[in-house]
Design a protein around this ligand. Structure first.
Ligand SMILES: *Cc1c(COP(=O)(O)O)cnc(C)c1O
Length: 370
């Protein structure tokens, strides 16, 4: 089977050397030297400031909501945040878990990111924020979202779990919003096994978050806020430092796979429209066979040929009943039904890439004639 992804495993000797250091220092967690080093190196690599490492990407979202006050309305009513149904379930479930009602707005049919007009239409007196997703590393319409947020005095938390290292107009995409969050889960393009980070626009928000990820403790005898445990440990940071060292080869290999798919499918299938001036981290290759209203049969025929695609992100989340919504987002429903993500990982062979392309083309033909 060709899997949809494989985690990047860095040089073992280097990782062992970091672990030797952890054993010598006997400092395993609580903002240790490796976590500090990874923080500095990521800020420099990404070209950002105010980066805080956390235990995973879901906690990154939750800490950002807390720090920015998404969970409270001025009138003390239950809060709402506007988000996209076309994402991994952690985006809206983290809101719901924090008592913030996710309100789904539809995506743009071409970029598959939130449509700014749809966001504006969903704003209510209970809305405290917007949680857009740079889905598959594409950029949301950040300028329009910025303007809406300013007009209505809303906070913006970008779920940038897919946008590690992506630059827009020459600067990190992660600089947009009051905060942007990253996931460093093993399946992501950069990882720390489990892990994540928050990039805050303002330094005082970073300082608040530092206390929140450590139980609200701000000094030896002072606990000043409601906190949680969201700290990254030294073993995670060691993995991150090693993966970061090999980012260039990782991206170059992924890039080759991505470009080959692009060449094969640009004329025959529907691809996500990306704005110019946006760099690519080659994290995902999503593709839609426009002639198929539903990708399930194509998924099965790929599987029969040894290709594990993924139905990222099916189903569209506006239909999840436990989130108190009803399916209403037409574009998201349609794309979620149709889209497949093809295998992309750094060690993927050229022969495997060609096999996936041929299997996809066969699958589309067979599904049409069925
Ligand atoms: C992976 C992912 C998350 C969750 O990150 P974890 O590190 O697994 O908690 C959140 N949002 C999106 C869009 C993701 O892809």
């Amino acid at each position: 089977m060709i899997p949809v992804t494989k985690p990047f495993l860095p040089d073992r000797k280097k990782l062992d050397a970091y672990i030797d250091g952890i054993y010598e220092r006997e400092w395993l967690t609580n903002n240790g030297p490796l976590a500090q080093e990874l923080t500095r190196r990521l800020e420099s690599y990404l070209g950002v400031e105010n980066l805080l490492l956390v235990a995973n990407g879901t906690l990154a979202l939750q800490i950002a909501y807390r720090v920015l006050g998404l969970h409270e309305t001025a009138a003390g009513e239950p809060a709402e945040a506007i988000t996209t149904p076309f994402t991994f379930v952690a985006t809206p479930s983290s809101l719901g878990w924090d008592g913030i009602q996710p309100v789904f707005a539809d995506i743009d049919a071409q970029t598959w990111c939130l449509d700014p007009e749809a966001i504006a239409a969903k704003i209510s007196p209970r809305t405290t924020g917007i949680v857009p997703v740079h889905v598959y590393g594409n950029a949301c319409d950040v300028e329009a979202i910025d303007q809406i947020a300013e007009q209505h005095d809303l906070k913006v938390v970008y779920d940038a779990a897919h946008a590690f290292g992506v630059n827009y107009k020459g600067e990190s995409l992660l600089k947009w919003g009051d905060a942007a969050t990253l996931s460093f889960h093993a399946t992501k393009v950069f990882h720390t096994i489990e892990g994540g980070a928050i990039i805050f626009k303002r330094k005082d928000d970073l300082e608040k978050a530092k206390a929140l990820i450590n139980f609200g403790i701000t000094g030896p005898d002072s606990i000043t806020a409601l906190g949680i445990n969201a700290k990254m440990n030294e073993f995670q940071a060691a993995m991150g430092l090693c993966v970061l060292d090999e980012m260039d080869t990782n991206l170059a290999q992924r890039g080759k796979v991505w470009q080959r798919y692009h060449e094969a499918f640009a004329g025959t299938a529907t691809l996500q429209q990306r704005p110019p001036q946006l760099t690519n981290n080659f994290a995902y290759f999503p593709v839609v066979a426009e002639q198929l209203d539903d990708a399930s049969q194509l998924f099965e025929s790929l599987k029969a040929e040894g290709v594990m695609a993924r139905r990222y992100f099916y189903p569209s989340l506006d239909g999840l009943e436990f989130l108190n919504n009803e399916a209403s987002c037409f574009n998201a429903q349609k794309i979620a039904r149709q889209v497949l993500c093809l295998p992309v990982y750094y060690s993927m062979s050229e022969a495997d890439v060609e096999h996936v392309i041929a299997a996809f083309e066969n699958g589309v033909k067979n599904a049409r004639s069925a």
